[in-house]
Design a protein. Sequence first.
Length: 245
Amino acid sequence: MKYSVLLLCLFSIFISSCKKDKKEGSLTVHFVPYYDDQPLQIFTQKPFTGNEQVQFQHLSFLLSDLVLLNGSESAVLKDVELVDMSFDDLAGATDGFTITSDNLPEGDYDGIRFGIGVPADINDSTPSQYASSHPLSKNGYYWTAWNSYIFLKIEGTIDTLGTGSFDTGFAFHTGTDALYSILEANTFPISIQDGQNTEVTVAIDYKDLLQGVDIKTNPQNHDPNDIAHIGAIVNNLQTAVTLFQ
């Protein structure tokens, strides 16, 4: 019996020692809407093209496969999430939509990677296949006519004449497998330290995102066979998204 107790004590000490040697930290990623390099509140007036002014009313996207990069390896932070950045207050817009991941091994990482939308194998599913608590269960993010989830939503109004009267509503919804976009942000290493939380910001500048888009002429997209207009928005993602601390 004495030997058993001794072995149990030694085993407990060994496990405790292993836990102490395992150095882990956490990472918080802030997804923040920007416009002209400033946090973007919805329902605020912003200059667009010429005399035109815009007011955004809704900003969101489906996030897939958020990973922390480490050479040829990666640590999964989030499989899928609905990121809603429709903040009507400055504090909310500045802090953004946050995702925190714990128990990450200590070390320096190369950056992060994520998809806007969902990959083809998931896009082949429908909201009815998921529990009500799942991000992909929302019918408002699925377009039956497209046989696709809605990847990105940008909605608002535009003052087309510069008179202060916002006369035209606009709604851009991206979707279909062809417009799934994978972005990699690696402008600086991300350091995870034992017992500490590291914070980084992924900024999405909506002025850059709508660069070259004629909202006045094409305020909405409804035809799944005509994706050129919203395809331009997706192409702008590469320059509209930046990472900083």
